[in-house]
Design a protein around this ligand. Sequence first.
Ligand code: FES
Length: 146
Amino acid sequence: MAKDILSQEKVSQESISEATTTEKRVSQKKEYIVAPASDIPPGTHCVVKVGRREIGIFNIDGTLYALPNLCTHQLGPLCRGKVSGTIICTRETNWKLQWGYEGEIVTCPWHGMEYHIPTGTCLAFPEIRLRSYEVWVEDEQVKVRL
Ligand code: FES
């Protein structure tokens, strides 16, 4: 019984430690103004530099997404690729080829790997997911938090 109490105390201390670490990470993130909102209208995207990082900003029907400009394959400049849709062939399409996700797919210009912008998911390897950054418009400026 005493062992259980000790274990619980240890878990509680670990939880506090994790919470503190998480809080620290959040507070270390900074906001950056990256572009005037008018420069990235719906249906467009661009790559901005923030410090040493390059971030792709995508405007899909008025919703902004921010992804790293790095392909997981060989670190190609993913966000400089073309944005379009892709061919889908799943149970939902009755195993027939169908065009889908129009305006939501970015294709890496180096070797053609495709990523779903809203989720960051690599279509060929769905277990691979790009990180995404918080992005929003404030005072007519696009801001990201890194
Ligand atoms: S580096 Fe992007 S597909 Fe190869």
